[in-house]
Ligand binder design. Structure first.
Ligand code: IMP
Length: 421
């Protein structure tokens, strides 16, 4: 289909990079629509491993790649990534496009992210400490610095003067941290400007023209549905909108231009950072899933909390994203289990049970999972058809969600994805 959104259906880390990389082979343009270097996509292609944080993962397949207005960009991280791609033989100029409206993550955003988390102590969000929240906060309060500000030294100086003066008050008086020097920040950013200028583009027009020309455009979300600022498990969320509608907002196209929404979910669930997690595994199986799934963060190296597949949360993802199909990744991780629990309902504090994600935070925080146990398949997953019990597991998910599972991940390498239809 011409315009497809790929969205994380859980708490991030669902293996979206690999699915995007696969679908990118048949796309003309791949667009990243929110977040920044808090995302970490690992792609294994032709024996080489790529870890990508800012650029859409379609770049590995050599596809035109756009970073939308809804993203926040750390210029140093982006330039490092561009340099590495170039060094490994990927052309980036004329291939990577950066919205002039995207906001920059400034050095004080990173400093403030860490300082706030430290101050919150036990109440911390567990952010990636990449400056994401403070950058989006400045965007909303309209004192952010945008990519296009880099292109005009006079405007850049004016905006930096304002920002440095205000941020230094916070850094010094509230958090007892070192202030930033205006000239220092300015000269560093003028150097970034020179290097980033060739990539700056009107990404709304780019996508509009691509769609009018009948090209296939893939929109790539970062993080996941339950980390959405408006619809996720607030305040344990990221500061942007990973849900599918975010693609239209970030690229400045009408929502009616989107044809398909593919959710990506692991065959189990993981979550990094704090916050409620109803189907979290208790007992020794937790460490086993974590080890088999190599569940340690790409960006932070932190351990990921692991849970059994949560169909209540996935049903919510189908609703808020308008999912038309699901890709179920890492099914192979469950191969070692004789029996596999799946969370089918939540039991609320008043004893009632529900199949829908509770709208009220207290219900969600205190609900307990109701599991149904499915038989395991007792063998490794090969290259061919799935064993009958694995097929039954997939069919169970489809039946509960009312959408087809079109792709299944059976191993780490790019080619270990099975198309079911
Ligand atoms: P932030 O996005 O760094 O502000 O972090 C806010 C919350 O989102 C924290 O719970 C993070 O662990 C989580 N988060 C951010 N990016 C990712 C990701 O790519 N995968 C999983 N969790 C993430």
């Amino acid at each position: 289909m011409p315009a497809t959104v790929i969205v994380g259906a859980q708490w991030g880390d669902e293996g979206k990079g690999k699915i995007v990389d696969l679908l990118a082979q048949e796309s003309d343009l791949v667009c990243r629509y929110q977040g920044g270097p808090n995302a970490g996509h690992t792609i294994v292609a032709d024996g080489a491993t790529y870890r990508i944080r800012q650029i859409p993962s379609g770049i590995v397949a050599g596809k035109r790649s756009a970073i939308g207005a809804g993203c926040v960009v750390d210029p140093q991280v982006l330039l490092d990534e561009l340099d590495e791609l170039e060094a490994r033989g990927h052309r980036t100029t004329g291939v990577v496009f950066l919205s002039g409206n995207a906001h920059l993550i400034m050095p004080w955003h990173v400093a403030l992210d860490g300082a706030r988390e430290r101050r919150l102590g036990k109440l911390q969000i567990g952010t990636t400490r990449r400056g994401i929240g403070p950058a989006y906060a400045d965007k909303a309060t309209r004192i952010g610095i945008r990519v296009q500000d880099l292109l005009d030294p006079k405007i850049l100086r004016q905006k930096l003067e304002l920002a440095v003066a205000e941020k230094n008050v916070w850094l010094e008086r509230v958090y007892d941290l070192e202030p930033f020097d205006l000239e220092d920040v300015l000269s560093r950013h003028l150097a970034y400007a020179e290097r980033l200028a060739p990539y700056v583009a009107d990404t709304s027009l780019l996508v509009d023209r691509a769609l009018r020309a009948g090209e296939r455009v893939l929109f790539e979300g970062a993080q996941g549905t339950l980390l959405d600022l408006d619809h996720g498990t607030y305040p344990f969320v990221t500061s942007s909108n990973p849900i599918a509608a975010g693609a239209a907002v970030s690229f400045g196209i009408g929502p009616n231009r989107i044809d398909e929404v593919l959710g990506v979910a692991k065959a189990y669930v993981t979550r990094v950072g704090e916050g409620p997690f109803p189907s979290e595994i208790e007992g020794p199986a937790h460490a086993r899933v974590q080890e088999l799934g190599r569940e340690f963060g790409t960006v932070t190296g932190r351990e990921r909390r692991c849970g059994w597949l949560d169909l209540v949360a996935l049903r919510f993802a189908v609703r808020v994203n308008g999912l038309t199909a699901l890709a179920l990744t890492k099914l192979d991780v469950l191969s070692g289990f004789e029996e596999i629990p799946v969370c089918v309902r939540y039991r609320l504090p008043d004893g009632s049970e529900t199949e829908e994600l509770p709208a009220h935070q207290s219900d969600f925080h205190h609900c307990r999972p109701v599991f149904e146990t499915l038989p395991g398949w007792g063998c490794e997953l090969g290259e061919g058809d799935l064993p009958a019990a694995a097929r039954a597991y997939v069919a169970f998910v489809e039946e509960a969600l009312g959408i087809p599972v079109t792709l299944v991940g059976t191993g780490a390498a790019r080619e270990r994805v099975l198309a079911l239809r």
